[in-house]
Design a protein around this ligand. Structure first.
Ligand code: SF4
Ligand code: SF4
Length: 292
């Protein structure tokens, strides 16, 4: 289903506060979408489980636009996404190479061993193009580079453990400034909100790890409703602080307690599990899944 500009603005209007947008921003988005100057969005995947794309697709609303693909294939002009786009093969690659005005969204870490051949993204002139070479060729022309998910932002699970393909994060591989939407996976509205803010022409304030402070400016603990409750030392007891079970909320930055997951239904601690710190630059670490 094609989503109109009005639908998109209504969506942004409904979620404006959560997405970090003001009425002026909505007007700016409206003006941009009405012109031919709106950047396309190019989404490319490397070494990851596609969980960030799946998180994005899990955004479902009661009113139009009901699903995020309606948004991304309509007003946001998602020109390339390996899982969502219609074209394939040479046609898809040609669409990428013809882009002049685009936001580059990168999901996944970059394998550097074996000349990067552990992850190839397409064939061009009969040559397999590695993920590393693809993002290196596309990054300089992008108006903004957004890393989505731990793997792109910090290396994440693919770069942990033995790491036989020597995966590194996108910022360290490109040595260029990036906006880092952390999380394993990130909340869909962190991704949509950041893209919407860029469409509005806003400068997105970032913390020292490149994460938008709008979404990553406070600790999970600072907004957790269980702060004043007595801790528990065993699972299965609801509505009590999980610090003794290794909750990383005090040192983890994001707004999960406010935004919640699954379209506002719940979040990790509310569901009875400790925060494992999945937006932290050090996630996953040896202690991520253990009591401290
Ligand atoms: S459950 Fe975690 S985030 Fe919530 S108050 Fe306890 S330590 Fe903080
Ligand atoms: S509460 Fe913690 S583990 Fe859960 S999604 Fe948020 S940052 Fe990740």
């Amino acid at each position: 289903m094609k989503v109109s500009r009005r639908d998109f603005l209504r969506y942004c209007g409904l979620s404006a506060t959560a997405l970090g947008l003001t009425k002026t921003d909505l007007f700016a988005i409206d003006s941009l979408l009405a012109s031919s100057n709106a950047p396309a969005v190019l989404w490319i995947q490397g070494s990851s489980c596609c969980g960030d794309s799946i998180s994005l697709l899990n955004r479902i609303a009661a009113t139009v636009p009901k699903t995020v693909d309606e948004l991304l294939l309509g007003p946001i002009d998602l020109i390339f996404h390996p899982n969502l786009m219609g074209p394939s093969g040479d046609e898809a690659v040609a669409a990428v190479r013809s882009l002049k005005n685009y936001i580059l969204v990168i999901e996944g870490g970059v394998p550097t061993a074996y000349n990067g051949m552990a992850c190839t993204v397409w064939t061009e002139n009969d040559v397999d193009v590695t993920f590393g070479d693809a993002i290196r060729s596309l990054a300089p022309g992008a108006s903004q580079i957004i890393c989505v998910g731990q793997c792109a932002c910090f290396g994440g699970i693919p770069a942990s453990g033995g790491n036989p393909t020597k995966i590194v994060s996108v910022p360290s591989y490109l040595a260029m400034p990036t906006i880092n939407i952390a999380g394993c996976p990130p909340h869909p509205d962190w991704m949509i909100g950041t893209i919407a803010q860029l469409l509005a022409g806003k400068t997105v304030p970032l913390d020292k790890y490149g994460r938008p402070t709008e979404f990553f400016g406070r600790t999970v603990h600072s907004r957790c409703p269980l702060r004043e409750t007595e801790g528990v030392e065993t699972y299965g007891v609801r509505n009590r602080c999980l610090k003794e079970l290794g909750c990383r909320g005090p040192e983890t930055y994001c707004n999960c307690p406010d935004m919640k997951w699954n379209n506002g239904v719940s979040w990790c601690v509310e569901a009875g599990g400790p925060c494992i710190g999945c937006t932290s630059p050090t996630f996953p670490s040896q202690t991520s899944f253990h009591h401290s």
